[in-house]
Design a protein around this ligand. Structure first.
Ligand code: FNR
Length: 184
């Protein structure tokens, strides 16, 4: 059985990020032939075209990690009903130069959590639009999770059976998409 590499991009630079915790819980719903990494985005400088030609090391590291991945999962909060600036910055770095756009044809899934009842739903629409323009193959459907203190159990797993089943379905659909798009 082929091993797949999934890059999980957490769209938060907060140490205690609830999205990082959700991402780690969701990674445990993947089948055993999936390896996961968490590319950093918090050390990327603000995109500046003047830096093209001699890109900072952190930028080269990030874009190489995305380029090498079979697929990308974005797990992000929502900032003012959009995607957090730290994530948009990382996406911008990956999108240039156009011929090296790392997002093109990349199977990508979007999830996220905030304490708000519809938290991340609107932000996810913005992200979907951006990734669509960049040519990513974004999994259809929506998965936005309201964060409550009891969302995760003491092991960091999804505590509620219904929420876990819902997210397992989302993960399973993404796995099917990745497998259908990538050769054995
Ligand atoms: C927020 N937050 C927020 N939440 C939400 O559901 N919708 C929103 O539009 C916003 N807007 C927003 C703007 C800014 C600038 C901040 C700092 C926060 C609250 C946000 O969901 C909360 O801080 C989460 O804890 C962020 O997730 P991480 O960083 O813990 O993963």
């Amino acid at each position: 059985m082929r091993t797949y590499h999934l890059a999980v991009v957490v769209g938060s630079n907060r140490k205690e990020s609830i999205n990082r915790r959700l991402a780690e819980a969701m990674a445990r719903l993947l089948p055993p032939n999936f390896e996961v990494s968490y590319p950093r985005i918090d050390d990327l400088p603000m995109y500046n075209m003047d830096l093209e030609g001699d890109r900072p090391e952190s930028v080269n590291r990030f874009t190489a990690e995305i380029a090498a991945a079979d697929a990308v999962a974005v797990v992000m909060p929502e900032h003012n009903r959009s995607l957090p600036a730290v994530l948009k910055n990382a996406i911008d770095w990956g999108s240039k130069p156009m011929e090296n756009n790392v997002w093109r044809d990349k199977p990508t899934a979007i999830t996220g959590t905030t304490p708000g009842a519809i938290g991340t739903a609107v932000g996810q629409q913005h992200l979907r639009q951006i990734l669509g323009i960049l040519g990513a193959l974004v999994l259809g459907g929506e998965a936005y999770i309201q964060f409550k203190p009891d969302l995760l159990d003491e092991n960091g797993d999804i505590a509620n059976d219904g929420t876990r089943a819902f997210l397992q379905g989302h993960v399973d659909r993404f796995v099917s998409l990745i497998e259908s798009l990538t050769p054995e």
